[in-house]
Design a protein around this ligand. Structure first.
Ligand code: ZN
Length: 228
């Protein structure tokens, strides 16, 4: 397996798009893998396809709707109202049980086919909203499991694990892709690209981070007239 190739688990959102451009700096050949899992908004997949095209990387789409539909959640079931806050106990109902387990495992199988052992995912423990499959302990455990399962030496990279949304904006800026991430990614649970609907949990997290980052840029004297 080659060390100069990587695959990015890619959704077309802020986090995975930042990871895609991070990977393009680290590896000479980058592939993306995107999943349909019954999301209410197919716009997500189209955003991912478009950004992959803009970045000039291979785009591979896999449908796992039948597997992911086993677990009920508000991102795939329109009869369930979306939790706006994290509940006192457990996960918000935007949690898709097993999502990152499935995504990363399937990405690893595909990576193996391509002779790739570096896998990049945009999960973050800092902003994990109570999702257990965004924690570092889970990723490390899965990394070991995948290596044992396929007798491989996969390395799962998580560039965003310990940074918050404001720092993720800073990372995109340092990679020279702030505007691409701001304008073309889709993070909003209501399927609106860019700055989104502004009130769903994903938009609030994204926009609070953007505001915090823009303020820090203003304080440090950098131009931010074109941001918030
Ligand atoms: Zn939204």
């Amino acid at each position: 397996m080659e060390r100069n190739k990587a695959i990015v688990v890619f959704s077309g959102g802020q986090d995975s798009t930042t990871c895609l451009y991070w990977a393009l700096r680290q590896f000479s050949e980058v592939h993306t893998i995107t999943f349909t899992y019954g999301q209410k908004h197919s716009a997500e997949v189209e955003a991912a396809r478009k950004i992959a095209g803009m970045a000039g990387v291979d785009f591979h789409l896999i449908d796992i709707t039948s597997v992911a539909s086993i677990g009920k959640n508000s991102l795939t079931d329109s009869s369930i109202g979306m939790d706006r806050e994290k509940p006192a106990e457990g996960c918000p109902n935007t949690f898709v049980p097993g999502r990152n387990l499935f995504f990363i495992s399937i990405a690893a199988v595909y990576a193996r086919e391509l002779g790739i052992h570096d896998i990049v995912t945009g999960v973050s423990q800092t902003d994990f909203s109570g999702y257990p499959d965004c924690r570092d302990s889970f990723i490390r455990s899965l990394n070991v499991t995948l290596n044992l399962a396929m007798d491989a030496q996969f390395v799962i990279h998580t560039p965003l694990m310990w940074i918050d949304k404001a720092q993720t904006w800073a990372l995109a800026d340092s990679l020279g892709v702030f505007d691409i991430v701001r304008e073309h990614t889709l993070t909003c649970y209501n399927g609106i690209p860019g700055d989104g609907c502004g009130h769903c949990p994903a938009c609030r997290l994204r926009n609070e981070g953007l505001k915090k980052y823009s303020n820090s840029r203003t304080l440090s004297g950098q131009s931010s007239a074109d941001t918030f």
